[in-house]
Design a protein around this ligand. Structure first.
Ligand code: OGA
Ligand code: MN
Length: 371
């Protein structure tokens, strides 16, 4: 990338965002870190995880490989940021993809389509989309299915996009399977006792993006923010506490997981671009022939039916799903009357394609007076 783009300065983040979002001419991707290739850059530092934190059986139940077999990395200059390229057992991503597409969008969870459709119309997003999703891809473009119009789903404490808050009275049960997965992943990263209380699923079409933002609506920032990606790849930009700080670009491929904790918990970040998954990522690693059978008693992960899986493939061959899992409250903490917080423009509220005019230090502005 041109040096001028990475210099710190007035909204350097926005410049980099636009650089990677650009279609014509396509940007140079050579500076994008690819953790799946290991230590390709001196910014990437291997991280040793303690394999005793999660037993092999616990990991297997949620579709994860034994922790000792994971690779984990930190990023120089971003303490608390952890990147784990695809720690899933071959084939088990299929289950999580099916959950994200079929199960989590169901009531009582909340989604963008609820804002302008009747409850009866958003009742069976999956069933109404399956027939078209299962059609073999012909070069011709078919109308988007309802599922392909899904932009976000919220779980647990449902995020209020207008007030940018969570509150006690907008809460439904957090999915037990995703809670368990999140608990094991965070434990492996050194955060035992993580309580998944809120989830935001973002659904990306090839032209979607997610604007520059900080996730600070959670009341307890000592707990990490966890992110899982499935399907097509993305460029993720990780910036600083301020929008003036130029971000680092990295690929997120299917199955990759990241954790923002400690000093990295409140950093600006964004997704300027969705990219086709490289060979060996996304659905190719999840094909029915390589899917796992039930790894044993108490397993959370099960093999999706052939019909479900065909519909999932029809969706993820062009789309990406990202799941962020958040602990909102510290143990014993309760909601005050209201909270001031900010979250940037979201892919869901605008149907994607959006980079917002955020300002440097929004978080500071709402809490401190220095900006
Ligand atoms: C979010 C978020 C990143 C992604 O939902 O807050 O930052 O990779 N998602 O989609
Ligand atoms: Mn975020």
């Amino acid at each position: 990338m041109a040096a001028s783009l990475v210099e710190s300065g007035e909204d350097a983040f926005r410049k980099v965002f636009k650089f990677y979002k650009r279609r014509n001419p396509p940007p140079d991707f050579s500076n994008v870190l690819d953790f799946s290739k290991g230590e390709g850059s001196n910014k990437v530092v291997p991280l040793k995880l303690d394999p005793a934190t999660v037993s092999d059986a616990e990991a297997a139940r949620v579709g994860l490989r034994p922790v000792r077999d994971w690779t984990a990395f930190e990023l120089r200059g971003y303490p608390g940021f952890i990147f784990i390229p695809d720690p899933f057992v071959l084939g088990s991503q299929a289950f999580w993809v099916r959950q994200c597409l079929k199960t989590y969008p169901r009531k009582p969870n909340v989604c963008n389509l609820d804002m302008h459709m009747s409850p009866s119309d958003t009742q069976d997003i999956w069933d109404r989309s399956v027939p078209d999703l299962r059609l073999p891809s012909s070069g011709k473009r078919r109308p988007d299915t309802l599922l392909e119009r899904l932009r976000w789903v919220t779980l647990g404490y449902h995020y209020n996009w207008d007030t940018k808050t969570y509150c006690a009275d907008r809460r439904t049960p957090f999915p037990a399977d995703l809670h368990q997965l999140s608990r094991h992943v965070t434990a492996a990263c050194g955060f035992p006792g993580f309580d998944a209380e809120a989830g935001i699923l973002n659904y990306y079409r090839p032209d979607s993006s997610l604007g520059i933002h900080v996730d600070e609506s959670e009341l307890d920032h000592s707990r990490p923010l966890l992110s899982f990606s499935f399907g097509q790849s993305a460029i993720f930009l990780l910036g600083g506490l301020c929008r003036r700080d130029p971000p680092t670009a990295m690929y997120m491929h299917s199955g990759d997981l990241m954790l923002m904790s400690g000093q990295s918990r409140l950093l600006h970040h964004a997704v300027p671009r969705i990219l086709p998954a490289p060979r060996g990522h996304a659905s190719s690693g999840m094909e029915s022939s390589s899917r796992v059978s039930s790894p044993g008693d108490g397993s959370v992960v099960e093999t999706p039916s052939q019909e479900d899986w065909e519909a999932c493939v029809g969706y993820i061959r062009s789309s990406r799903v990202n799941v962020t899992v958040r602990q909102v409250l510290a143990p014993g903490q309760t909601f005050p009357g209201a909270s001031s917080s900010h979250r940037g423009t979201d892919v869901g509220r605008t149907g994607g394609n959006h980079d917002e005019d955020g300002e440097c230090g929004k978080r500071k502005r709402s809490r401190d007076s220095e900006t």
